[in-house]
Write a protein that binds this ligand. Structure first.
Ligand code: AMP
Length: 542
């Protein structure tokens, strides 16, 4: 027997309607590419999204059409985020840190017909436009700042001007596609995750449920995580649900710029990858103070070094270490401590914050061992992490081969991450499957070694990669970016590791780099490092 309740579709347009009514004055503050600081409330954001949606329809955009963005975090990008899906079209965010070839590959694969861009990327697009012959360009600025350009581009503010500011949104099934995001593609071509209204709505409800208590009432949040990286971890949808203000940083993401913005805008919670927090932490140390209102950060995308977590916590900033992927919308697990753990001694709490936290409602997890069997959730057994849920990709956009590889026979998505899971669902990521080091039949977790080594004050960043070895199969090599002029020796580094690791888990050698190569999403690119050091000879083989 069916329940006798209304079956209203979960559509993203309802988020803007809700925020415009309930939180009209929670702000969207944007440090714009034009150099100014812009403010508008959720009510105005809805009005402008309505105007944009009408303009898009006049330009012929409708159900299922893909509309691309190449842009920083700002209010216009947020308006596009809401206006495009509201009319049944698909908002496709392109990561500007990808190579030009990858960008063109993605735009073609997605079948984008229109591209919105910030002023920053106009010169790049002028170079690429011959490879995108049918693309319609819109520059996200006003008439006064509209540059001379060879793109025959439309001006964003002109599109909005004079249009109605209210409308009834169209209705369609909640399973309609709403967003498209390609994974950074460290191996092979980038693969597209196609979100639906339903998946994004469920994701924002789950995020609000697990993070809401720590975020507090109508928090002021700084999404450093870009809108082009997994929907800025869902913030454009969670923020209107909880009435948050968003402080959009634009292109300047260095420690000093972020410190100033957090301070002047009273940011309480900031979200981003560990490399960003390294920059902000260095700035807080240099100034001898944290931004006054900042009390919470969400970190994910790669493992947060323990020393950095401790540094933030000692300054009174609660670190929430979360795990997720483009394919999981992204939130899969998060580290807000349960009530019974909040009064534990500092070291014990930091142990817990080193993990990737407990699973989020709606995301089921299992781990599969080398022998293909399901492993116990005892906090010790390791295996590949598989996930299942309404916010998890069921395949990749127009890519049946990659889809078939990713989904197992029971419909679970294989993450490629190696993890263990505790009885209370706490997830500990050991490594990416391809980054684990197999030495003498035993696994060495590069994440563990890196995390511990970062406690050495002379190390700013480090990465451990596998080197082939005739006797042991593989042995670890540590690549270090120094924090100062002195180069920490292998011996010194091993002393730092001594209390937590066995000798055979120590790196065999250390090499130094001026800069760490980063992927398009700001993670250390081990692929590049493996390539760069492939001819390195370990000491015992010299
Ligand atoms: P992306 O799709 O670019 O967001 O990358 C997802 C991958 O980032 C995951 O499969 C993990 O390997 C890694 N990752 C995400 N969050 C964490 C975390 N908290 N700790 C370690 N690795 C993470």
């Amino acid at each position: 027997m069916d329940g006798l309740m209304m079956n209203r579709p979960l559509l993203q347009s309802s988020l803007l309607d809700f925020a415009a009514e309930s939180f009209p004055n929670s702000e969207i503050v944007s440090r714009r590419v034009e150099g100014d600081l812009h403010r508008q409330g959720w009510a105005q954001t809805r009005a402008r999204a309505v105007q944009l949606s009408l303009a898009l329809q006049d330009l012929g955009i409708g159900m299922g059409d893909r509309v691309a963005t190449l842009a920083w975090n700002g209010h216009r990008h947020l308006e596009i985020y809401h206006a495009v899906p509201a009319i049944g079209a698909v908002c496709h965010t392109i990561n500007p840190r990808l190579s030009p070839e990858q960008m063109c590959f993605i735009a073609h694969h997605a079948g984008d017909g229109m591209l919105f861009t910030d002023l920053t990327f106009v010169p790049l697009l002028e170079k690429l436009k011959d490879q995108l012959p049918t693309m319609r360009f819109v520059i996200m600025t006003d008439r006064a700042h509209m540059p001379e350009n060879g793109l025959d581009a439309l001006c964003y503010e002109d599109l909005l001007e004079g249009r109605a500011t209210d409308r009834e949104w169209p209705e369609f099934p909640e399973t309609t596609a709403s967003g498209l995001c390609y994974t950074s593609g460290t191996t092979g071509d980038p693969k597209g995750t196609l979100y639906s209204h339903r998946s994004n709505m469920l994701h924002s409800l789950a995020t609000a449920a697990v993070l809401g208590p720590d975020l507090g009432i109508q928090p002021r949040i700084l999404p450093v995580v870009p809108l082009f990286h997994v929907n800025a971890w869902g913030l454009p949808f969670t923020a209107p649900l909880i009435g948050a203000s968003l402080v959009m940083p634009g292109p300047h993401l260095d420690g000093a710029s972020l410190w100033d913005l957090c301070q002047s805008e009273g940011v309480q919670s900031a979200w981003g990858v560990p490399t960003i927090w390294q920059g902000l932490y260095a700035e807080m140390k240099a100034r001898g103070a944290k931004p006054e209102a900042l009390r919470h950060i969400v970190v994910g995308g790669s493992a947060m070094p323990r020393s950095l977590t401790e540094g933030f916590e000692k300054l009174g900033i609660d670190v929430n270490h979360a795990w997720g992927m483009t394919e999981t919308s992204p939130l899969g697990s998060q580290g807000s401590l349960s009530a019974d753990k909040r009064d534990l001694p500092f070291d014990r709490r930091m142990d817990l914050k080193q993990t990737q936290g407990r699973r989020v409602f709606g995301v089921e997890m299992k781990i599969i061992g080398d022998d293909g069997t399901r492993q116990p959730h005892d906090g010790k057994a390791m295996g590949e992490l598989y996930v299942r849920g309404s916010t998890v990709a069921a395949g990749y956009y127009k890519n049946p081969d990659a889809s078939a590889k990713a989904i197992d026979k029971d419909g679970w998505f294989g993450t490629g991450d190696i993890a263990s899971i505790a009885p209370d669902s706490t997830l500990t990521l050991r490594d990416r499957a391809k980054d684990l080091i197999k030495s003498g039949g035993e696994w060495i977790s590069s994440i563990d070694v890196e995390n511990l080594a970062l406690a050495h004050p002379g190390i700013a960043q480090c990465a451990v990669i596998a080197m082939p070895h005739p006797k042991w199969d593989e042995r670890p090599l540590m690549v270090v970016k120094c924090a100062g002029d002195a180069r920490p020796t292998l011996e010194e580094i091993c002393t730092t590791l001594e209390t937590h690791l066995a000798r055979w888990q120590f790196p065999d050698d250390v090499v130094y780099v001026e800069e760490m190569p980063l992927t398009a999403t700001g993670k250390i690119s081990k692929l590049t490092l493996r390539e760069r050091f492939k001819d390195h000879v370990l000491p015992d083989l010299r």
